[in-house]
Design a protein around this ligand. Structure first.
Ligand SMILES: [Zn+2]
Length: 116
């Protein structure tokens, strides 16, 4: 199985797919006229067995400057997965994946607040 795998569907009857290696990672850029999303997949540092993804907002096909960039970073880490929300290069929020499947803005004492 490839380390990374991407799939794109549009008006063509079949999907286009690509594989990525640990070295290449994988990148997809989905564009509207004025907005786009670029998703980059890579191995997580320092453990290449884990995954990391960065989602960037772009100016789409027109290429104009988007109003913000770097919208989301998702990474697996030894102590659990993390989502980092970013706006205009600034971190605006962090949430942590807990064993129950909940994402919580705090990494500790989730059991007390869990509603799952
Ligand atoms: Zn929970």
């Amino acid at each position: 199985m490839a380390r990374f795998y991407g799939e794109v569907r549009g008006k063509a009857p079949s999907a286009a797919t690509r594989e990525g290696s640990e070295g290449s990672g994988i990148l997809a850029h989905i564009r509207g006229w004025r907005l786009g999303l670029m998703v980059t997949g890579m191995t997580s540092s320092p453990d290449p067995e884990r995954d990391a993804f960065v989602v960037d907002l772009t100016g789409g096909s027109n290429g104009g400057k988007p109003t913000s960039y770097g919208v989301l970073i998702i990474s697996e880490a030894e102590n659990g997965s993390r989502r980092v929300f970013v706006d205009a290069g600034q971190v605006t929020g962090v949430s942590y994946l807990h064993p129950c499947g909940c994402w919580d803005t705090r990494s500790d004492n989730h059991e007390e607040r869990c509603t799952a």
